[in-house]
Design a protein around this ligand. Structure first.
Ligand SMILES: NC(=O)c1ccc[n+]([C@@H]2O[C@H](COP(=O)([O-])OP(=O)(O)OC[C@H]3O[C@@H](n4cnc5c(N)ncnc54)[C@H](OP(=O)(O)O)[C@@H]3O)[C@@H](O)[C@H]2O)c1
Length: 306
């Protein structure tokens, strides 16, 4: 088997390539850069084929995916800067909606499966009930709207589609909340973190295992995937991060989203019902506390080796 993976210079794409390599499955990686020499747990990405491609260029997408001669596409590339998206709606639409549609059309022409990653931000965040895969879209901002448009394109064009809605993502290869908290701890002893947005985090290393388990099956459809464990707020998560990393000189104050005042509106309720994973015979991701401990240990190891 051979899979085409977009966004390999980002958090999830990096870990998916690594997981494929670990299982002896070939991956063809792509991202915006013409040449990519990132490393995956000490292994250069270039041990697997890499080709630069802009997903918004329909002709390049068609030519590149056809030439890659693959059994499926795992589409991890996206615009993910949620606040900045509010300033650049056309560009974000082009990447998250049109770019995804470009890939979807080629997958259908080739009759191969496509896996797309979406987000809890496609929902309005009302209530406390965990979101079901078939709940209606009502995004609050540009990022969520364009990710929902990407979902629609995938469903419209591809018969063999997987849509995995994930949330609060962290991985070794990129920016995320955990890295931000630990960097802030180097210069601050007091932080304000929102406590009215509730969800669960997703570790890309754990998710990559499920992705590779799933892509070779015909259990197509929409799934909600995060690490297991209790639903928490960002405030709870920040406290757990400092505790896990042994940061003792930090005070964290809970604040409301309104008090915090981010540029983009975010859903209050990001609880997602993950039960379809097990119902379809897949192994769920480990508890987020376990994921956090492993992740913090890797960050420390990488820092010591730097
Ligand atoms: N991060 C989260 O918290 C989160 C939450 C829910 C869902 N998701 C979804 O999960 C998936 C993976 O997220 P992630 O955190 O791994 O993303 P990421 O780290 O931001 O990586 C995305 C990659 O896509 C690349 N890219 C952007 N525009 C492109 C284009 N036009 N053509 C080709 N590549 C392009 C980016 O390059 P540049 O960096 O150079 O732009 C980056 O390397 C995405 O679909 C995202 O929407 C993420």
């Amino acid at each position: 088997m051979r899979y085409f993976v977009t966004g390999v210079a980002g958090q999830l794409g990096h870990d998916v390539m690594n997981e494929l390599a670990k299982r002896g499955i070939e991956g063809v990686g792509t991202d915006l850069k013409d040449v990519y020499s990132g490393v995956m747990d000490g292994t250069p990405v270039t041990t697997m084929p890499y080709v630069g491609m802009d997903i918004t260029d329909a002709e390049a997408v068609e030519r590149t995916i056809r030439a890659a001669n693959v059994d499926g596409v795992i589409h991890c590339a996206a615009w993910t800067a949620v606040d900045k998206a509010e300033e650049l709606p056309e560009l974000v639409h082009k990447i998250n909606a049109v770019g995804t549609e470009n890939i979807a059309k080629v997958c259908e022409e080739l009759d191969i499966p496509m896996m797309y990653f979406s987000t809890d931000y496609v929902f309005n965040g009302n209530g406390t009930r965990p979101w079901e895969p078939d709940d209606a879209y009502e995004p609050l901002g540009v990022y969520g709207k364009t990710k929902a448009e990407g979902e629609v394109a995938v469903k419209e064009h591809v018969k063999k589609f997987f849509i995995l809605r994930i949330a609060w993502v962290f991985g070794v290869n990129g920016k995320n909340f955990i890295k931000t908290m630990l960097n802030l701890a180097k210069t601050h002893d007091h932080l304000r973190v929102v406590n009215d947005q509730i969800g669960t985090p997703t570790y890309t290393y754990d998710l990559a295992r499920l992705v590779v388990d799933m892509i070779g099956t015909d259990k197509y459809g929409i799934y909600h995937v995060t690490n297991e464990g209790d639903y928490i707020s960002w405030y709870d998560f920040a406290k757990a991060i400092f505790e896990t990393a042994g940061v003792t000189n930090m005070t964290v104050d809970p604040v409301s989203s309104e008090e915090y005042g981010a540029a983009a509106k975010r859903p209050y309720n990001s609880r997602m019902n993950r039960s379809k994973i097990v119902e379809n015979g897949f192994t769920p991701l480990p508890d987020w506390r376990d994921a956090l401990a492993r992740y913090v240990a890797i960050l420390k190891e990488n820092e010591e080796n730097a």
